[in-house]
Design a protein around this ligand. Structure first.
Ligand code: NAD
Length: 454
């Protein structure tokens, strides 16, 4: 499989991919190795994860550079991602003992009831390219702590990062058969899902998630799907317009708009619509587009070339239906997958740009009459990952956020993930969760112990 740099088109490396035969063999190795891993005391498994953390710290610059080279992420944002891994690892290591401990829930002398937490066994982790460290770590770190073996398939667009992760894991002391990378594209992912694994943990698009759900449905194994979003933000009429415009623009364009929780729709109260649109466009025009390895770059290359056409189609559809194109609107000529940061005003819900995931530097702004109008439009979507409100009024924000059909809601912030809070979606944004203490427990099965001593 040829890996290319999305910013230049240059070949990075030609890597060998797994086949049905090698995947079967990797599965067999993981199956054989898992019981001994699970039998280790948790502190031994946790020690390897701490060693992994130390290696990430030691090699962070090299890891960030590889990430920028293969996915086109601006180097400062790659560094943020690699550094952002550390508090997640710390959270999982600190919480695992509490979550995985057997729990006595009843005892009257003769009868005792306990809840035990057993690992699922061998799990498949099929991952996305947009935040490969984050979405991978949310699965493989707690899965390993809980005593599972992991067959980890990085995205074909983040293969070198996936190979780095496997190498660091093994250097940290996780046995080679307990964490195994499976290399290749969607067909390799499909073959992995066909193995008799005990769970599939997937991050990616709704279209692929639906295929995986169909493939595992009849096998009654745990299947978690963390999928796309079309995340809305509502800017109320009582905000500081310049500050809100800057915060929302960052939420929409950070990571070149390729975040599952990127702001994808902006609703603005009609009383401040005109000044907000102006402040927003001014902000976007200041974003520096360019070489991902340049320290000053804020907008890098799109990871996948075909996405340029998706964005072109969304812009053309919006313009045809009456939207105003205020900046950007087209791919940037020359080498690499660059699309100019694009703002469309006066959009509506007949337009693709307000319905389908853009996953790029394109955003639609729409005026709304009041909070009720905003609430209805925010929920008018197939997705339900996050939703945010900007207003200084806590009561007003809570009233709106309580009605959001989304796994995560934000007041005066957006595009934010915390290891302490569960990450989950409603509707086409998926099923299951990662992060928080629930995101450790999800890699276990509860066992109910009824123990009568006489
Ligand atoms: P994708 O669905 O194209 O690919 C995801 C993974 O699935 C890749 O590893 C791919 O090789 C594999 N795959 C493809 N076809 C398969 C098949 N038939 N069977 C098994 N595996 C298969 O998604 P992507 O382009 O890598 O990621 C972008 C998407 O991920 C966006 O929709 C984004 O919103 C979503 N995402 C969601 C979250 C979240 O936490 N909810 C986080 C990051 C990204």
């Amino acid at each position: 499989m040829k890996l290319t740099n999305p910013a230049t088109g240059a070949l990075l490396r030609d890597v060998a991919t797994d086949t049905a035969r090698t995947i079967r063999a990797k599965y067999a190795r993981a199956r054989a190795a898992q019981p001994a891993w699970a039998a280790l005391p948790l502190r031994r498994r946790a020690a390897t994860i701490r060693a992994l953390r130390n290696l990430v710290v030691e090699r962070q610059e090299e890891l960030a550079r590889t990430l920028s080279l293969e996915v086109g992420k601006p180097i400062r944002q790659s560094r943020n991602e690699v550094k952002g891994l550390l508090p997640r690892i710390d959270f999982f290591v600190a919480e695992a003992a509490k979550v995985l401990r057997d729990e006595k829930v009843f005892g009257d002398g003769a009868m005792e009831e306990r809840i035990g937490h057993e690992p699922l066994g061998v799990v498949a982790n099929i991952s996305a390219w947009n935040y490969p460290y984050f979405v991978g770590c949310n699965v493989f770190v707690p899965a390993l702590l809980a005593g599972n073996a992991v067959l980890y398939k990085p995205s074909e667009f983040a293969t070198l990062t996936g190979m780095h992760i496997a190498e660091l894991m093994h250097a940290a002391g996780v046995p080679e058969d307990v964490f195994i990378a499976v290399i290749g594209d969607g067909s390799v992912g499909g073959a992995l899902v066909r193995q008799p694994v005990d769970g599939v943990f997937f991050t990616g698009s709704y279209a692929t998630g639906a295929k995986i759900a169909a493939a595992t449905g009849r096998r009654m194994i745990k299947t978690q799907l963390e999928l796309g979003g079309k995340d809305p933000v509502y800017v109320a009429d009582d905000v500081d317009v310049a500050a809100a415009a800057a915060a929302v623009a960052d939420g929409a364009f950070y990571n070149t708009g390729q975040s599952c929780c990127a702001v994808e729709r902006v609703y603005v109260h009609e009383k401040i619509y005109a000044p907000f649109v102006k402040a927003f466009v001014d902000e976007v025009k200041r974003f520096k587009v360019g070489d991902p390895l340049d320290e000053a770059t804020y907008i890098g290359a799109l990871t996948r070339k075909p996405q340029l056409d998706v964005l072109k189609r969304q812009v053309a559809d919006a313009k045809k239906k009456g939207a105003r194109l205020l900046t950007g609107g087209a791919p940037i000529k020359g080498k690499g997958n660059f699309f100019a940061p694009t703002v469309l005003a006066d959009v509506d819900h007949s337009m693709q740009v307000m319905r389908d995931e853009s996953f790029g530097p394109v955003i639609g702004l729409m005026a709304v009459r009041d909070d009720a109008h905003a609430t209805a439009l925010m929920n008018d979507t197939e997705y339900g990952l996050t939703a945010g409100v900007y207003t200084p009024d806590a009561k007003r924000a809570r009233a709106i956020l309580a009605r959001m059909q989304a796994g995560t809601v934000y007041w005066n912030c957006c595009d934010r993930v915390s290891p302490r809070l569960p990450w989950s979606g409603h509707k086409h944004s998926g099923i299951g969760l990662t992060l928080s203490t629930y995101g450790i427990q999800t890699f276990t099965r509860p066992k109910a112990w009824h123990l009568r001593s006489t």
